[in-house]
Design a protein around this ligand. Structure first.
Ligand code: SF4
Length: 420
């Protein structure tokens, strides 16, 4: 049963009140947050996972051992974003509430918001739905933030804005704005198709809008840029490669003179460090000094902790690794990449993917689609050791369902697991 929705008057966020155009509202009220807490726990909490964590993340029943990473699942930024979205519904029970894109990259959480009447607006293009917004509407900004043009549009329509942008994302914005102010081009390690990277790129244009950025995703992209830094190169080849990954008017012969590296908060740390190292070396090779190079590691603490915890888990003997999370979740994808280097690893969105001991549906990062395989490591009569982790946008109830399904497929009743 849902708790009755109390009406509580919103207050203008004091941090935003100085801007006359801003209608940012603070929905974090004690009387609302207590109810939100209960609701969020009801939807996403798992006693099984909490017990598993309390016993060090290891559970053996029969011949099956399940090992959970020390850090997994919801991060502080995601918890805050979900709390604020739920609070918005309670504070504005009769208003239309919109969300720019998805609150986080998890289908289950997004589905819950839809059932609460929170409608998603497109985040890749500003369509007529934005024109139809009115001052009576509430717009939630997701944990990734939103590009400046989207924020300007929503503000111009006079909507009440509930901004759930994670503080760690805002730290990156501060850095790239600083680069723009100093005439430095931001080289952003991130996914061009990711909300956070688009939001960050828009801030890299700076207050004047004259700043520049270049997005790199892979080491191959980086080497292309490094070669251009050292020797110049073929401009048309550069534009062919980066036309959708650079600022308007970007000229590689002008705008790579002074560069500063930043990164999407959820990238693979080792790869980001290598990208920083290669670009710095290219600047030194060109200039004889790194005076025109800056860098700032903006991988967030939660991403780092989950990657470190997985490295810890992989030190143990495992037959297979399951990674639970939304297929479009960046931080979850990197956990899968780490796992794949060591053992059979399956990226699953929910327990439903664990069809049988012969069949698992999972996202293949290389084919970029969900495929079906025989789950190596789960099969067999002998003892099995199964590792499990989850990305920062995965709720504990989904992890619990995966844990119970693994044991069930191995012939162990959920009651025996819960009693263990
Ligand atoms: S993954 Fe990091 S940046 Fe993203 S919401 Fe969580 S804490 Fe914030």
């Amino acid at each position: 049963m849902e708790s009755p929705v109390p009406k509580a008057a919103p207050t203008v966020d004091p941090a935003a009140a100085s801007s006359p155009a801003s209608r940012r509202v603070n929905v974090r009220k004690p009387e609302v947050m207590d109810l939100v807490q209960q609701e969020v726990e009801h939807h996403y909490r798992s006693l099984v996972v909490e017990k598993l964590r309390a016993r060090g993340g290891s559970l053996t029943v029969g011949d099956t051992t399940l090992l959970l990473a020390q850090e997994f699942g919801f991060c502080y930024g995601v918890e805050r974003a979900i709390d604020l979205a739920y609070a918005s519904r309670r504070v504005f029970p009769e208003r239309r509430i919109f969300l720019i894109g998805e609150i986080i990259h998890n289908p289950e959480v997004n589905r819950q918001l839809v059932t609460m009447g929170i409608q998603s607006l497109p985040w890749q293009e500003m369509n007529s739905q934005y024109d139809d917004l009115t001052p009576e509407d509430v717009v939630i900004v997701p944990a990734f933030g939103a590009p400046v043009t989207f924020m300007d549009k929503v503000e111009s329509k006079g909507c009440s804005i509930v901004d759930t942008t994670c503080g760690d994302v805002m730290k990156v914005w501060k850095r790239v704005r600083g680069y723009a102010r100093d005439g430095i081009t931001s080289i952003i390690h991130g996914k061009a198709g990711h909300e956070e990277t688009q939001a960050t790129a828009s801030r890299a244009l700076g207050e004047s809008g004259n700043g520049h950025y270049l997005l790199v995703l892979t080491l191959e992209d980086t080497d292309f840029v490094c070669n251009y830094l050292r020797d110049g190169g073929d401009r048309s080849a550069f534009y062919a490669k980066f036309s959708k990954a650079c600022s308007p008017g970007f000229d590689p012969d002008l705008h790579l003179t002074r560069v500063g590296v930043a990164n999407q908060t959820t990238m693979l740390k080792s790869e980001t460090e290598e990208i920083q190292r290669r670009i710095r070396q290219a600047v030194i090779d060109r200039d004889g000094t790194d005076a025109h190079f800056q860098m700032f590691d903006t991988i967030c603490g939660a991403t780092q902790e989950r990657q470190d915890a997985l490295f810890g888990l992989l030190k143990q003997q495992l037959d297979v690794l399951l990674v639970v999370g939304g297929y479009n979740s960046s931080n979850t994808t990197h956990l899968v990449e780490i796992g794949e280097r060591s053992l059979p690893t399956y990226f699953i969105r929910s327990a439903d993917c664990l069809v049988s001991l012969d069949e698992i549906a999972h996202y293949d990062l290389h084919q970029r689609s969900e495929i079906t395989s025989t789950p190596l490591g789960l099969l067999g009569d002998g003892p099995r050791r199964i590792g499990i982790t989850a990305g920062a946008s995965c709720p504990n109830n989904l992890i619990e369902a995966a844990v119970l399904k693994v044991f069930a497929l191995r012939g162990i009743d959920p009651a025996a697991v819960e009693a263990a």
